[in-house]
Write a protein that binds this ligand. Sequence first.
Ligand code: NAI
Ligand SMILES: N[C@@H](CC=O)C(=O)O
Length: 814
Amino acid sequence: MKVLKFGGTSVGTPDNLRKVKDILAAGQPEKTVCVVSALGGVTNLLHACSDLAAVGDESYEASLAQIEARHLDTIKELIPVKSQSVIFSKIRILLNDLEDIMKGIYLIRELSPKTLDKVLSFGEILSSNIIVDFLNAEGLKTDLGDSRVLIKTDNIHNNANVDFASTNKNITDYIPTAANLVVCPGFVSSNAEGVTTTLGRGGSDYTAAIFAAALDADSFEIWTDVSGMMTSDPRQVAAAHPIEKLSFQEALELSHFGAKVIYPPTIQPVLDKKIPIKIKNTFAPEDAGTTICEDANGDKQFVKGLSSVSDIALLNLTGSGMVGVPKFSFRLFKALSEAKVNVIIITQASSEHSICVGIDKKDIEISQAAIAEEFQLELSLRKIDPLEVETGMAIVALVGDKMREHVGIGGQMFSALGENGISIKAIAQGSSERNITVVLEEKHLSKALNVLHESFFLSQRKRMNLFMIGIGNVGGTFIEQIKKQYNYLDEFENVDLRIVGIANSRQMLFDIDGIDLADWKGQLESKGEKMAPQVFVDKMVESNLRNSIFVDNTANAEIAGLYEGILRKSISVVTPNKIACASDYDTYVNLKSTAREYQAKFYYETNVGAGLPVLTTLGDLIKSGDKIQKIQAVLSGSLNFIFNSFKPGVKFVDVVKQAGVEGYTEPDPKIDLSGVDVMRKILILIRESGLKFELDDIVSESFIPAACMDTKTNDEFYASLEQHDEVFQKLVSDAEAKNCRLKVVATFDKGKASVGLQEIPKDHPFYILEGKDNIVLFYTNRYQDQPLVIKGAGAGAEVTASGIFADVMRIANS
Ligand SMILES: NC(=O)C1=CN([C@@H]2O[C@H](COP(=O)(O)OP(=O)(O)OC[C@H]3O[C@@H](n4cnc5c(N)ncnc54)[C@H](O)[C@@H]3O)[C@@H](O)[C@H]2O)C=CC1
Ligand SMILES: N[C@@H](CC=O)C(=O)O
């Protein structure tokens, strides 16, 4: 024995009704009760029609005509002509009755609850009659069970209470005598005198649940237009998916907070009898749907779903006069209940200094008035403060029976929200630990649901949203690497890496769904708007996307100056730009502590050694308790390349230019040639070792003539290098005469740092450093005699972009 219920959409059109027939036919010959709603939209039409009639508006007749046409057209389309006459006359009789009642309402201008029940009952009576004839015409022997006769209630109209003793007897007497398939109208019932009543909100579900419980059905199926209860609201969370199994309690918790598939009071009869409920999709019957049953926790998923409610207001009642005084909360809730305000969430700190409740925003004024009246005396004596009202709030709840068996779920929830800059206004968790509820600003709702969904439904993809300023040599290469790697990350890392904003010094471009990387340059040119750094940041913040990362691929101080504000919005920063970490010590420390404070990440591995793991290695040494004694390093890829390529007969300026073409130099090559780039790098290494150090503390001897440094543009600089070529030729020939090679070496030893060009002899480990390579020797307490060595390409767009990529993925995987 099973009981099925089909809602208004499922029976809304002839095509849909054919699907319903297929579902019912597939279940035969099992004894089946099928409860149906009115054809989709008809109940609203009946309401509208009777409201118009009650105010004497003749246009009710047009609504009536619409109702008539809906039903007659359905018959014409669904039932073969030869079988139409019987059903047409039945339906016409019913429609005439409805017309008479409407006329009566129109004439006496009155719509009592009793009459409204009579009017609304026509929706289900009409649909069930048509469906029964349709099924019979299709060869499925079907009886019509009149729920008005079977379900008996008290006299309360519009929301009647069921008399279960007589109802259960009527059902168990009738159903076994009826055909294998019985269709019954939902929602309708009658009182002891046989006057029509209705069962209120969710009435058809309730009807079906009453039948299922009375008949001890093996299963109770609710057929709707979604494939089950979803892990979250699919309009907010694209990755939401149907939940396979839920316990009764989990289903109640989820449906209480917004999952509209079932309305809890209506399923109480099946809940009492522990009859499994299946939520199935009429339009995708092959989908598994959701089973709600007693033992639903065999799987490992301890958070089953996320639910949410919008349009919440928080009321905060505070005051020193509340502490330790009994009855304050009693009076608050009494006042709200007498004002018929539904309290959705309650929190009170153990200090008893404040009570906070969440209500629907429509109830704000009535609540304020009720509270002001109740606490008039305390307010005048200033024992309590004027009521604080916070609007624009939403509720998000994690639901799952098994949450109580796992430590740290609350922590995971709060960190995920905190890391995305979402502040929590109130928290509630019952001792059942089946539900952890937070109140947050409504503007963060979608972001919060997505962040939590990603955090608790691990099989789902994590979407990362990148905002990137600087799309030159390094930035452009990084975009191309993402383009190539996108599918791999999607498939093997579950990471959906999108670039949402890009900018160069002239233009910026945004696409909230991710810029199409196939032609990002063309789109920037054709659709880009004028670049303004602060506007770029504002747009990034306003877009309020989860897992946002700001990537700075410029060498620009103004852009570096934006980091603090960005971190304060809990947006992580990744950058190869050394300016921030090599500016004054306070700025460097402040950025790191701001990142910590706002739970954002600030990663700049590529500041030293490009893609080489120099900073992470140093960080691991320091975190594990090692101490740096000495650092010796070649940290400039461009200078190493230049001195490796500078041979007799070659002009120095030509190799400098070549280093630029290869993408090794800074946008301003003087930064490399002057030694400043190396000074910045050794400074960052010293700071990362835990020492307070400034750029001015580093002794640097430039090998570039002052006149070259005095130039303004790159072209002037190159011209000046050419003029001073003999200076560079002499440096090389002097070194060669001693069998040495030239390297710019950075050293930190005994608290002192220096940078300078050195003649490196053959037996030195730096001598064989090829091409654009870097080398770093860390002498530490643990690596005293043999230093820890990191060596490899230290400049170039590909390696630098891959270092930035690694930083981004560290954030994605954190
Ligand atoms: N090339 C390399 O081997 C390595 C480079 N780096 C760092 O990577 C960064 C980028 O270097 P490249 O790509 O070679 O430079 P680039 O000159 O090729 O590109 C710089 C980009 O920044 C943009 N930009 C500059 N100022 C801007 C502003 N105010 N607003 C908006 N956009 C602005 C430019 O339009 C361009 O798109 C630099 O900080 C450099 O130190 C770090 C490690 C290695
Ligand atoms: N210009 C630098 C590369 C980036 O840090 C270098 O030459 O090493």
